[in-house]
Design a protein around this ligand. Structure first.
Ligand SMILES: [Mg+2]
Ligand SMILES: [Zn+2]
Length: 245
């Protein structure tokens, strides 16, 4: 491993990468499985963030409270080794590590979970869909990119609302000078675009058996993937990789 790394950036997807579950689905699996079933039926017809916003309204209409939603988030699977791994890496000073969260979940889901793990100060920035609780207890969610305004122009198959590749480049522009090394932790098909933009000294920590692994296998070579690829299945392996950096 290169020893001239002074500043490194760790980019985290949230669902199934930092956390061991998918927040959007978990909430409904726990609180209203029939809404979860309905989401499966509607997901090809309604944009995903809109579908979650609509499902949250339905949940609210049935009397689900803010406390129930927060509790459900706090008990979502989250590996202690992930907490240890990122905490240790953040404390280390040579190299220094900046953490950036890039997720298509939402700000309330992510901040509630991070706080429950004592990780509320981990990330320099969290780029995700905006959400807030209204006084009534409704969790109001909006797309990050207003559907009425200009959309992203990505060509590598990013879903509407978020191109994580463009978001990563925008973050790097906001945080000059650049980083000697970028480590991207992800699992999903929408993590492929930012990973394509990494350089040869960068690294993707790709979770096994999910969409990102399939896209790297199928499209990595044709699309000119340049970064190193390390695979992991359990968070204890991410902790191990962080420890050996
Ligand atoms: Mg994910
Ligand atoms: Zn993209």
């Amino acid at each position: 491993m290169a020893s001239n790394v002074e500043r490194q950036l760790v980019v985290f997807d949230f669902d199934w990468s930092m956390a061991d579950q998918d927040t959007d689905r978990w909430i409904f699996e726990v609180l209203a499985p029939d809404i979860r079933r309905k989401m499966k039926t509607l997901k090809d017809d309604i944009q995903w963030t809109d579908l979650i916003a609509q499902s949250l309204e339905e949940l609210h209409g049935r009397g689900a409270t803010r406390e129930q939603i927060e509790h459900t988030l706090k008990i979502m699977p989250f590996h202690p080794a992930m907490v240890r791994g990122v905490t240790k890496l953040k404390e280390a000073s040579n190299p220094t590590t900046t953490f950036f969260c890039l997720s298509n979940a939402n700000s309330v889901f992510i901040s509630t979970i991070l706080e429950s793990k004592g990780l509320q100060n981990l990330f320099e920035e969290i780029v995700t869909n905006p959400a807030h609780f209204e006084p009534s207890g409704l969790l109001k969610l909006r797309r990050r990119v207003d559907p009425a305004g200009p959309q992203h122009t990505c060509q590598v198959g990013c879903s509407p609302n978020m191109c994580k590749g463009e978001e990563l480049e925008a973050f790097l522009k906001r945080h000059q000078p650049g980083f000697d090394r970028i480590i991207y932790v992800g699992d999903g098909t929408n993590d492929f675009c930012p990973v394509l933009r990494l350089r040869s000294q960068d690294m993707v920590l790709c979770r096994r058996f999910r969409g990102l692994e399939r896209r790297i296998a199928k499209e990595g070579e044709v699309e000119g993937l340049k970064c190193q690829v390390k695979y992991w299945a359990g968070a204890w392996e991410v902790e191990e990789i962080f420890g050996n950096l």
